[in-house]
Design a protein around this ligand. Structure first.
Ligand code: HEC
Ligand code: HEC
Length: 559
């Protein structure tokens, strides 16, 4: 049994006081904004801004169709509605906020509309560090580190090690006033940000470091631009106990922790925080003539699709050049964006276990050259993903508490939107990445070691009522009372809802464009698809052979 001091209880009181002040000081107009927004926005405006900034490298136009090189081939972008002139769309506007940031600073086509370490490096070399990407607010590990460093050199890079190593962005969120943990401790503070009186716990904030999610294929996240019909309208039976912070009550979650209700709100909050916009600038986003800035940005994101189109070894993935019958690539993905997304989705009761990825038919194997062996491997990987390999899922909160223990699953049980790979059924899940849940005897298999917390990320300790975190037990005694101590590098949805039961929950992301956007998982926890597949193999005791792992990786690289 471990012993814990009472210092944390004092912290909790300080936290409550600090948060109360923030909420009073920054009242929000309008009712649409989530509760975390006012304090986070207010805090973003306190971060220093680098004033000498080059104007990014935004291209003049995003063509209707384009493919750019990535580590295993080419990643395509496709806009069914035609090319976008960047000077006429707010997604690319550097004057929405005060720090020259655009959405394009962190969402670029060669990285599947995210940003990756290799792009961060090349922007750094080309701009000598004078690019808005490097703004201290969330481009540095902590704003007070980034501001002091000179623009070009090792201290500038060291202050941004999360950005340079994993293309992680600092996400800072307030600790909710109402929460059911009795104590929150900072157990590792690698950059001093958690202790900072302006940016850290004393001011009511936690800083996490997260991968950008793709800003394309968003039709499949928020089809109508507003909301998906809430259950029971979708054609699947209501699932007992299904509830989530996503207003749809389904897996159409926006952001890793599902903290945004819809894309227009997300757009404005991104401008508030990443671009450090003033209240007047935020008001201007929706006040112009239609289409206003928010409408422009959201329709650009809903009208652009991204997917791998070419593989160095399997060659054409689209079927367009060799008649293989393959339907990889962004143009086919765009064709799935039927007017009513429900029609695109598999229908109950077969959605669990239905073949979700149908990109590569048996005829794909008909190549004659060296691509033949690679295509065979991709076909085997697709079949595995679709159910060719099954495994028992245990200990995943948000999943086993809804569907029952010892649930026999495949990859597509969770990644269930057809040919897209996000989860249209379940809100965020706790799969146990970057936390201490592998120590819990209630996990299966007990003691699995994959992807534990790493020292470059902060570690938070949550002292929760015993049994309040599903499938988790790690008992400690404090002042004679027993609690479960959950340690994590990122509390996920738990930091939004204040519930111990939601700690560590993250959404099931869209799986297209994977080859272009390593590293993977919310904190870049898996540096490659090999690491990622090893995680699944260990976490769920799948027992994959080296060949099966290779097949699965080859398939994932073609998405
Ligand atoms: C400084 C980098 C940065 C900038 C600038 C930025 N984003 Fe992001 N974006 C991120 C990160 C990091 C996440 C994931 C954060 C999380 O989940 O907590 C994200 C997530 C998103 C998502 C969620 C996608 C999903 O699958 O849930 C959308 C949509 C998005 N951004 C759009 C935008 C738009 C629109 C803008 C411009 C107004 C913008 N971003 C500016 C880094 C950035
Ligand atoms: C129990 C539900 C579940 C199952 C089963 C599952 N996944 Fe996932 N998957 C998730 C969740 C949740 C995440 C996000 C986890 C995180 O980042 O914290 C994820 C993330 C991923 C990612 C990373 C995407 C990115 O953008 O970083 C890949 C790739 C992936 N899964 C592939 C697979 C494969 C392959 C399998 C089968 C071996 C599989 N998944 C089985 C729920 C699941």
């Amino acid at each position: 049994m471990k012993k814990i001091t009472t210092v944390g209880f004092l912290f909790a009181i300080l936290l409550a006081v600090a948060l109360g002040v923030h909420h009073l000081a920054f009242a929000q107009s309008g009712s649409y904004s989530p509760a975390w927004v006012p304090p986070t926005w207010s805090n973003a405006l306190q971060s220093p801004i680098l004033t000498t900034i080059l104007n990014g490298q935004t291209p003049a136009s995003i063509p209707r169709s384009a493919a750019l090189p990535d580590p295993t081939g080419r990643i395509g972008s496709y806009q069914p509605g035609g090319a976008t002139t960047t000077s006429k769309n707010a997604f690319f506007t550097s004057t929405l906020g005060t720090n020259q940031r655009t959405c394009f600073s962190c969402h670029q086509p060669q990285d599947g509309w995210t940003i990756t370490p290799r792009t961060v490096q090349s922007i750094y070399l080309n701009s000598h560090g004078f690019d808005a990407l490097f703004q201290p607010v969330d481009g540095s590990n902590c704003p007070d580190l980034g501001a002091a460093a000179p623009y070009f050199g090792s201290s500038f890079v060291a202050a941004r090690s999360q950005l340079f190593n994993k293309a992680n962005i600092r996400i800072f969120l307030p600790v909710p006033e109402v929460h059911d943990w009795v104590q929150l401790r900072v157990e590792n503070d690698p950059y001093g940000c958690e202790k900072s009186v302006i940016y850290g716990v004393p001011a009511g904030f936690l800083s996490m470091y997260r991968r950008p999610l793709p800003s394309a294929n968003l039709f499949f996240l928020d089809p109508a631009g507003t909301t998906v019909p809430a259950p029971p309208n979708p054609p699947f039976p209501p699932i007992p106990g299904l509830s989530g912070v996503s207003p749809e009550g389904t897996g159409f979650a926006i952001m890793w922790d599902s903290r945004e209700p819809d894309l227009p709100t997300q757009f404005q909050d991104a401008v508030r925080i990443h671009a450090q916009a003033t209240p007047a600038q935020i008001a201007a986003l929706t006040s112009g003539a239609a289409p206003n800035d928010v409408q422009q940005g959201v329709s650009f994101q809903q009208g652009i699709f991204t997917a791998q189109s070419f593989d160095q070894r399997a060659l054409d993935l689209t079927g367009g050049h060799d008649g293989s019958g393959a339907t990889g690539g962004a143009a086919f993905l765009a064709s799935l964006s039927c007017s009513d997304i429900i029609n695109c989705l598999p229908v109950a009761p077969t959605f669990f276990g239905a073949p979700q990825f149908t990109l590569y038919p048996p005829t794909f194997f008909l190549g004659s050259g060296s691509e033949r062996a690679q295509r065979a491997s991709i076909l085997r990987g697709q079949a595995m993903f679709n159910g060719g390999v099954t495994f028992i899922v245990n200990g995943v909160s948000g999943f086993n508490d809804v569907l029952g223990p010892n649930f026999q699953a495949t990859c597509n049980t969770c990644h269930n939107v057809q040919n897209v790979g996000n989860n249209f059924v379940l809100p965020p899940l706790h799969t146990g990445i970057g936390d201490n849940s592998y120590l819990s005897p209630l996990q299966a298999p007990a003691g699995f070691p994959p992807l534990p917390p790493t020292p470059d990320l902060p570690l938070f300790g949550f002292l929760c009522p015993t049994g309040s975190i599903p499938f988790f037990s790690n008992q400690v005694t404090v002042n004679g009372a027993t609690y479960d101590l959950f340690e994590t590098t990122d509390p996920g949805t738990g930091l939004i809802t204040g519930k111990c039961a939601d700690l560590g929950k993250m959404k099931t992301p869209i799986l297209r464009g994977l080859a272009s956007r390593a590293p993977y998982f919310h904190g870049g926890n898996a540096s490659s698809l090999q690491d990622l597949v090893n995680f699944y193999d260990q976490r769920f005791s799948i027992g994959l052979t080296p060949q099966q792992k290779t097949d699965l990786i080859n398939f994932l690289n073609t998405l």
